[in-house]
Write a protein of this length. Structure first.
Length: 358
């Protein structure tokens, strides 16, 4: 454990574990001067009881090394980081993908041409990487690439009858046999080999939907755009979708519903407020949401949910529109918050965090 750098009990790594990037520098408000100097970045594994295991520390860099934490393999042993870079030719945009072996701390990187909007592992174990590359104009190109070299293994179709063009988001089925893709006219189920399976109907006023998570074994939670982001439950059977959250009017604090988690104590929603502020809310009987005051989080700070496990939410408190501060478990049923990393535990700030893949 931290301090002695004890070996991670890999046989225990699974639901309830959290992977996090931590910096020794305290979070600083955007635009503050002087700007903080580059600092090292430490990658931690945190067990469900709060035990911390140091995986590795990346040295200080003029760039944000190793980049943004974007993926954790289903076998628990590897993590992905991405960083935007300049490349020659085309748009001049590229993405460096770094894979970290959490057991050995070894890394390898490769750079692909294009701006990667979404990067993640295949399911169930993470045998390869899926990349959604921003296309010129509307749409996206989705590729499966080798996790060692970045060599393209498969390019998924870019358009579908009844669902429009691919739009960047994707969600793997837990067994890895199929994906649900975001499209410009809804959602499309495709096989892991790229064969179209089914176009899924979406609400008439939701022309662009992103699959967020599996709500249950047969239903996808999707964020659909209309006048403001709204959450829908979309059956993969092709049955009509059901609204989870109410249509928004642009009035009040809720300017967009982004994600949701069903717990024994209620359904909790990641909501967007004004000027980049994000907060936690609870779903009400009429499908509207009410802001939740999370104990221990300063008024005005954003609350970002990393995932849910055993009736708790793994949350990251951040300066509104700014960098991270604290990683914690929030138990809505008990009304308690238990810090895991950050100022009240080991100082510094939590840059990013992922809960073990559900």
């Amino acid at each position: 454990m931290e301090g002695g750098r004890a070996a991670v009990p890999w046989a225990e790594v699974g639901p309830g574990w959290t992977l996090a990037e931590w910096s020794p520098a305290a979070a600083v408000e955007p635009g503050s001067t002087p700007a903080p100097a580059p600092t090292p970045t430490t990658v931690y594994l945190v067990d469900p009881e709060g035990g911390r295991y140091v995986i590795t520390t990346f040295p200080a860099s003029t760039f944000d090394a190793p980049g943004d934490l974007v993926g954790w393999s289903g076998d628990g042993r590897r993590a992905l980081f991405t960083a935007s870079v300049s490349v020659s030719g085309g748009s001049g945009l590229g993405t460096t993908i770094t894979e970290l072996d959490l057991a050995t701390a070894a890394t390898h990187s490769f750079t692909i041409t294009g701006n990667a909007e979404t990067v993640g592992y295949t399911r169930p174990s993470g045998a390869a990487i899926v990349v959604a590359l921003e296309a010129d104009g509307v749409g996206a190109t989705i590729e499966r690439v080798d996790d060692a070299s970045g060599a393209v293994q498969l390019t998924y179709p870019t358009s579908f009858a009844g669902a429009g063009s691919t739009a960047g988001g994707f969600l793997y089925a837990p067994d890895g046999t199929e994906l649900v893709l975001a499209t410009t006219a809804g959602l499309e189920v495709v096989s892991n080999g790229g064969a179209p399976v089914a176009a899924l109907p979406v609400p008439a006023d939701g022309s662009y939907c992103v699959p967020e998570r599996w709500w249950n074994s047969t239903t996808v939670l999707a964020q659909c755009e209309s006048s403001a982001p709204r959450l829908w439950l979309v059956p993969v059977s092709g049955a009509a979708p059901t609204a989870l959250t109410a249509a928004l009017t642009g009035q009040g604090p809720d300017l967009g519903d982004e994600d949701a988690w069903a717990l024994p104590s209620g359904t909790f929603v990641q909501d967007a407020g004004g000027c980049g502020y994000q907060y936690l809310a609870k779903l009400q009987a009429d499908a509207t949401t009410t802001p939740v005051n999370v104990p221990g989080v300063k008024s005005g700070d954003s609350v970002l949910v990393a995932g849910a496990d055993s009736g708790r939410l793994a949350i990251r408190a951040t300066i509104s529109c700014g960098p991270g501060e604290t990683l914690a478990w929030y138990d809505p049923g008990a009304g308690t918050t238990t810090p895991l990393l950050g100022p009240s535990v080991n100082g510094g700030s939590v840059v990013d965090a992922l809960l073990f893949p559900a």
